[in-house]
Design a protein. Sequence first.
Length: 60
Amino acid sequence: MLKFIQHHMDTITNIEMYPVISFCLFFGVFVVASYLAITSSRAHIDEMKNMPLGNDKHES
């Protein structure tokens, strides 16, 4: 079974780029999430934290 998978993977051109692309996407999302977490204000964090518990009815 493993030889079948290995042979199938060998026939795909430029397959060595997939792990690099995956890592770059993961790292980019991680950096953006970290930046947003670090730069957000304390008031915004408290507002988001209390949002599920609020009794306000928002009209849609």
